[in-house]
Design a protein. Structure first.
Length: 94
């Protein structure tokens, strides 16, 4: 392993980053933006999902944090984050 990386492959001198993703479900839910989109409105969430911001609040302060709610926009699969976090709910289990 290179000397400029720790055991997780992250440089200890650079700011670390985490990308938190809330995946969308295949069926409408009370969290979903598809109800707004089906009526011709911009995607929006009627009820905020508090799981990603709660996890973000627990991340150490030396991290850069990005949150993606797939109900609103697709995740950036090319994001160069050091860590990726996925949330989920029981209705999302296939």
């Amino acid at each position: 392993m290179p000397r400029d990386r720790n055991r997780f492959g992250v440089s200890p001198t650079l700011r670390k980053s985490i990308y938190l993703i809330t995946p969308a479900t295949e069926h409408p839910t009370y969290f979903g933006a598809e109800v707004f989109a089906a009526t011709g409105l911009s995607p929006a969430a009627r009820f905020a999902d508090l799981a990603p911001p709660t996890v973000a609040a627990l991340v150490p302060p030396d991290f850069d944090i990005q949150i993606c709610d797939e109900f609103i926009s697709p995740p950036d699969l090319d994001d160069p984050a050091d860590f990726i976090g996925l949330t989920g709910k029981s209705p999302q289990v296939a």
